[in-house]
Design a protein around this ligand. Structure first.
Ligand code: FAD
Length: 333
């Protein structure tokens, strides 16, 4: 298969119950940057039931074109019809680059689409750039258990496909005047495409905000010493109002926090307005997940902790004393 004739950056837009997932808007932002470098445009592909209503948001966040596959049977994500829909999109539109969020849906869907269109896929990317000499997409991701960063090129096949970690790329500023070209895309579905029946949906009861979406994170490390002590971080988060508690891998591995709260190379990448690094030493694998935060405040009893080199503000002291004091001051505000 040649690579001529493939053009444009396509982003699969993930939605759940007609709520667009943040990662898709982030990918439209990054897709726009890549498209500019390739003198082309960015197309959002949205699939589901009632998704016609989402085109304004996609336009406002930078999509130049929107392909809409709106079908009553696509109420919930299903592997087979979504794969077929994207396969037909690739066949018809020949995108040069196709991006997915590295979410549970993206991780299920992207490999199947790439296999069906006979191209490669780089999973879990944390960086995407265009090679100025060749025009190829440079896809960077942690490799060998996170010990090195590998940059991968898909030279001979198109589209160049990647899943990208949520929280790594930045969405564009919303521009309510922006209007995209909207195209209804018909897929040739048949009954066999819907051979899976969803019998029951179990909705998570805990209404936690994902740490990738939090504006403020209070992050706890091994310095907390015990699960009970995490209440010190909970109290600070509560006093701040809009904060969520996250942590280092050491805190997660110790069973003090749930896995979905882990920040870092093998956890989540976050970019909050404010990140408290409490009792966290600042290992490179942790920094990889949070160093893009707007403001980092570190509390550590060791003045030589590497976290202080990354932090904007540092307090040398025992977190058991410093953090409750900080909480009291915030509560008194
Ligand atoms: P430590 O390194 O033990 O640091 C604890 C800190 O708390 C110290 O700086 C200490 O001075 C301070 N402290 C202790 N008591 C107090 C107190 N009372 N008051 C104030 N400060 C105190 N780590 C991640 O976080 N996320 C990842 O995604 C991740 N992925 C990894 C992937 C690979 C392949 C590998 C090899 C490692 C990975 N790690 C990851 C682990 C990482 O290397 C570190 O081991 C981990 O980040 C350490 O966590 P920590 O800073 O909480 O603990």
């Amino acid at each position: 298969m040649g690579i001529e004739g493939y053009k444009g950056v396509f982003v699969f837009v993930e939605q759940r119950d007609c709520h667009i997932q943040n990662v898709s808007l982030e990918l439209i932002g990054k897709g726009k940057e890549l498209a500019n470098k390739r003198n082309t445009d960015v197309t959002a592909v949205i699939i589901g039931k009632g998704v016609n209503s989402l085109t304004d948001t996609l336009s406002h966040y930078g999509a130049d074109n929107i392909l809409v596959i709106d079908n009553d049977k696509l109420d919930k994500y299903m592997t087979e019809p979504y794969t077929k829909a994207l396969f037909e999109v690739v066949e018809a539109k020949k995108p040069e680059i196709m991006l997915f969020g590295a979410t549970s849906i993206g991780r299920d869907l992207a490999p199947r689409v790439s296999a069906r269109v006979h191209t490669g896929l780089t999973a879990d990317c944390t960086g995407l750039e265009i090679d100025e000499e060749t025009g190829n997409l440079l896809m960077t991701r942690p490799a060998f258990g996170g010990n090195i960063m590998a940059t991968i090129i898909c030279k001979e096949f198109r589209p160049q496909m990647a899943t990208v970690r949520p929280g790594v790329m930045q969405k564009l500023e919303e521009d309510k005047n922006k209007k995209a070209n909207i195209e209804k895309f018909d897929v040739n579905f048949n009954d066999a495409d819907f051979n899976v029946e969803i019998l029951e949906e179990v909705v998570e009861t805990k209404k936690k905000i994902k740490i990738e979406d939090a504006k403020i994170l209070v992050s706890a490390g091994r310095g907390f010493g015990s699960k009970e002590n995490i209440s010190i971080a909970d109290d600070l988060a509560k006093a701040l109002g809009i904060a969520e508690v996250s942590g280092s891998r050491a805190a997660v591995d110790s069973g003090w926090l749930e896995k979905d709260r882990q920040v870092g190379q093998t956890g989540k990448t976050v970019r909050p307005n404010l990140y408290f690094a409490l009792g966290i030493s600042g290992a490179i694998q942790h920094l990889a997940g949070m160093e893009e935060s707007d403001l980092i405040i570190a509390v550590n009893k060791n003045p030589d902790a590497p976290m202080f080199e990354t932090a904007d503000l540092g307090i040398v002291g025992d977190l058991n004393k410093v953090v409750p004091e900080l909480t009291k001051l915030i509560e008194a505000e």
